[in-house]
Design a protein around this ligand. Structure first.
Ligand code: G6P
Length: 609
């Protein structure tokens, strides 16, 4: 989704801004631009496509200037073309924006009546005109931004520069992330800490309603009533190395292979020989947990799939009822909240607009409290939750989520066991589940060794248009995640079904052109799954089965191809079986030549509704 970088630097801003935008590319975008102030002149360059295309234009005609703003745009209002790309210039100001302004149409017509003529279809140009209109009443840039912010409905993070105040950048946020980078004699704004890692690790996280003015010498934060506010400086732990691709061809491949370490870090000092440690939330969550009678999990995309797996775990082992719902639906319906319910928000980024809004909405619905399962410690979801359980995946750059998913599963497994123990799960079974969980990093490492076989398998998908994924029980969400990965990055239409539903519709689609991928770990449902698979073979469908080493299922004419995975136990099997499906999607996408890390139309961090 849109990314912002801004600089009040001691050196030329454009190269810094371009490097910052490159670090934000992972968020997904379809055009890019920057504007720089120099000696009373505002220079701008914009282009559709990748940052490097905008960079080439800049390099063909570079301009100096140490104050600037830059942007990657993920189109919402108006198609991705140069006219709609940011920065938008109106009068003597330039502005970049992340978010959606809901009352832009009314504002636009009011401004048109005042004589403003618009050159784009965006809500952003309307904001720029509004700032300009306030400036012409004699306000300072900061005052004009505050006045504008008060008139906006919707979500925004913005950065603005003006020819009349050449030493500063003014930023503001509500509902979309923006943070300040504190350098030595320089200050910056960025959508996340990764954008600024090349210039500083010292970060101030802005809150909703904050307006900030940065210059070389300082950063001053104001609330919308114009009073100053203090926000602490944090040392970001993100290192430049963590966002390097290293020897890997794509970030997604790197992140798939980082999973053993990321999962090990998520489990570290949280589960030991005596089970799950009481401090998994970092604070005492006991008082709240003793009252929990049920959980509502809300999330989007891959995080939603993690929630679906957790439902099986928590209901089976802790015997607590769990509802899982996509956040965009939950926030707009009147869900019944039984007494003693805990709201759990799962989000890799902690900035997903629907998840955040659903969490806020839950406040008036009578929950015991909120728990965030998240990968970004300073994110909005984490800051607003009562309890937090951090995944420790490190920065995830590939739009298609991989290590974030398995670390979410690791965190949710800890939560399930923590609740199960309190709820009287048989101690022997509890102990056994804890041991399985401790072995999860090793089991994922073993699963990764299947890559050469997956490379061969991927060739069979190159010219396919559709694929079906099947699973049963807690492996149905794994099938959902496998199909999501394939469609996201290879653009092959893929659907997932609980295998028992096959006869109720999807079987009609099965013919020799339809590969069917089944997740078949060992367990009580294996025999039922085998009969579902026979139904596919009988219709000539090409069957690919990922089976547990211990499962009695052979590859032959009746069963199709069988690839063996050592699941390492029934409890952790969903996390382990996810790995070959990630690899399959990855290698199919590589063979089809798609943009693996930044698939078309998708964004990593969906900060608008
Ligand atoms: C986007 C990303 C997905 C992610 C989803 C939820 O769609 O492309 O990879 O699963 O948002 O994001 P979150 O950060 O809330 O987990």
């Amino acid at each position: 989704m849109c990314g912002i970088v801004a600089a009040a630097a001691q050196r030329d801003a454009a190269p810094l801004l371009i490097a910052g935008l490159k670090a934000l590319e992972y968020r997904g975008y379809d055009s890019a631009g920057l504007a720089v102030l120099q000696g009373g002149q505002l220079r701008r360059v914009r282009a559709t496509g990748k940052v490097r295309e905008m960079e080439s234009l800049y390099l063909a005609d570079p301009f100096p200037g140490s104050i600037g703003i830059a942007h990657t745009r993920w189109a919402t209002h108006g198609v991705p073309n140069e006219a709609n790309a940011h920065p938008h210039v109106v009068g003597r100001i330039a502005l970049v924006h992340n978010g959606i302004i809901e009352n832009h149409a009314a504002l636009r017509s009011a401004l048109q009546k005042q004589g403003y003529v618009f050159s784009s279809e965006t809500d952003t140009e309307v904001m720029a005109a509004l700032v300009d209109a306030h400036l012409s009443k004699g306000m300072s840039l900061r005052e004009a931004v505050i006045a504008t912010a008060k008139e906006l409905e919707g979500a925004y993070a913005i950065a603005v520069i003006s020819n009349d105040e050449p030493g500063r950048v003014v930023g503001a946020r509500r509902g979309a992330p923006l943070l300040v980078g504190v350098g030595i004699g320089e200050h910056f704004l960025g959508s996340d800490a990764q954008a600024l890692v090349q210039v500083t690790n010292r970060i101030i996280y802005l809150e909703d309603g904050d307006v900030v003015e940065i210059s070389r010498g300082g950063a001053q934060i104001f609330s919308l009533d114009g009073t100053t506010v203090d926000r602490p400086i944090h040392e970001s732990e993100i290192s430049a190395d963590a966002v390097e691709r290293g020897e890997y061809r794509h970030y997604m491949q790197k992140e798939i292979f980082e999973q053993p370490r990321a999962v090990a870090e998520t489990l570290e000092a949280r589960v030991g020989p005596n089970g799950v440690l009481p401090n998994i939330f970092g604070v005492d969550g006991e008082e709240l947990l003793t009252k929990v009678q049920g959980l509502h999990i809300i999330a989007c995309g891959t995080s939603y799939h993690a929630g679906l797996v957790a439902k099986y775990w928590i209901e089976e082992y802790a015997r607590l009822p769990v509802n899982v719902e996509v956040a965009s639906e939950y926030r707009y319906r009147e869900a019944v909240v039984p007494q003693g319910s805990l709201l759990v928000a799962i989000s890799q980024s902690g900035e997903t607009a629907d998840t955040l809004a659903a969490m806020r909405e839950s406040r008036r619905r009578g929950y015991l409290g909120t728990l965030a399962i998240c990968n970004v410690p300073e994110s909005s979801v984490v800051r607003e939750a009562d309890l937090k359980l951090m995944t420790r995946a490190g920065p995830e750059i590939g739009v298609a989520s991989t290590k974030a998913f398995t670390t979410q599963l690791a965190a949710l497994a800890l939560l399930a066991l923590h609740l199960a123990k309190r709820r009287g799960l048989d101690p022997q079974r509890y102990q056994e589940l804890c041991e399985q969980l401790q072995h999860l990093p090793r089991a994922i490492e073993r699963a990764l060794t299947i890559e050469p076989q997956i490379v061969q398998l991927a060739e069979r998908f190159i010219h396919r248009h559709h694929a079906l994924f099947l699973g049963r029980g807690m492996h149905y969400p794994v099938a959902l995640e496998g199909s999501l990965k394939l469609k996201e990055i290879s653009y092959i239409h893929a659907e997932a079904y609980p295998a028992g539903e096959l006869k109720h519709g999807p079987l009609a689609l099965v013919d020799e052109d339809m590969p069917v991928v089944a997740v078949a770990p060992n367990g009580p449902l294996l025999d039922k799954l085998k009969s579902n698979l026979q139904e596919v073979r009988a219709r000539g469908g090409e069957l690919i089965v990922f089976a547990d080493k211990a499962a009695h299922i052979e590859g032959n004419a009746a069963n199709g191809s069988v690839l063996r995975i050592d699941a390492g136990g029934d409890f952790i099997a969903p996390a382990v079986f996810t790995v070959p499906l990630q690899l399959l999607a990855y290698h199919v996408a590589v063979l089809r030549g798609t943009d693996v890390d930044q698939p078309r139309n998708l964004a990593k961090s969906v900060t608008v509704e």
